[in-house]
Ligand binder design. Structure first.
Ligand code: ADP
Ligand code: MG
Length: 214
């Protein structure tokens, strides 16, 4: 499995299109235990990323991801802007000057993204945040690659772990972010950030598998 710059651009297009499609759903999830803006926030951010896409064609993967990160930080707002922004900036630093990534380098970039989210948000697993989806995704991918598994199978398993992590946020009581203000009342709702993180993980798999119709 080789990830080329074009594949990263396609991934961004698919993410932007699906966020637009799922904007109201993501916002509804945030309405239940937050302030009803997650889908709107991300749609604003990825629309801004789309407007920069023509300037990113032909650039190395690190530059592309860094531009995505800084664009998200400056346009998304809310908690998720700096969190996703940091994730993309860290992944960009891990892929500086690269036009192609091996599956090992991809796993390394994903790990850097997770570390960025954790450093920025201070959340650990079990606090009902995007970390509950991103951490199992990244860990499963890394374990698979380190065990010399077929990279595509590792990525499929990682997406399944991500989706399981997202669903596991439903019974959790939030202890980070806006939802934590609700205490016990946060129980019984799926976290919006874990849901958008799964959307991105699924988009990566679909682009790698060539199922990228949007
Ligand atoms: P805000 O909460 O500021 O309105 P968003 O609605 O865009 O921002 O994003 C909310 C999502 O951000 C939550 O569903 C959660 O997944 C994530 N989140 C919030 N705080 C943190 C944190 N400290 N660490 C990780 N993720 C967080
Ligand atoms: Mg919100």
């Amino acid at each position: 499995m080789q990830i080329e710059s074009d594949c990263v651009l396609k991934f961004l297009e698919v993410v932007a299109a699906r966020i637009k499609e799922q904007r109201d759903y993501l916002t509804e999830l945030d309405a239940a235990i937050g302030d009803a803006d997650h889908g709107v926030n991300l749609d604003r951010g990825f629309s801004a990323v789309m407007s920069k896409l023509p300037t990113l064609t032909g650039r190395d993967i690190g530059s592309i991801l860094r531009t995505v990160g800084t664009t998200l930080v400056s346009t998304v707002g809310g908690a998720s802007g700096p969190l996703y922004g940091t994730a993309f900036i860290r992944a960009g630093a891990a892929t500086a000057d690269r036009f192609q990534l091996s599956s090992y380098e991809l796993a390394h970039a994903l790990e850097a993204a997770l570390q960025g989210v954790e450093a920025r948000g201070k959340a650990t697993r079990g606090e009902k945040t995007m970390v509950d989806a991103i951490a199992p995704f990244v860990e499963t991918m890394k374990e698979g690659i380190e065990a010399d598994e077929d990279p595509l199978i590792a990525l499929r398993k990682a997406v399944a772990a991500c989706e399981e992590g997202m669903r596991a946020t439903i019974p959790m009581r939030a202890t980070r972010g806006r939802a934590s203000y609700l205490g016990e009342r946060s129980i019984g709702h799926q976290d919006s950030g874990a849901t958008s993180a799964c959307l991105m993980a699924r988009a990566l798999l679909d682009v790698v598998e060539g199922r990228d119709a949007g």
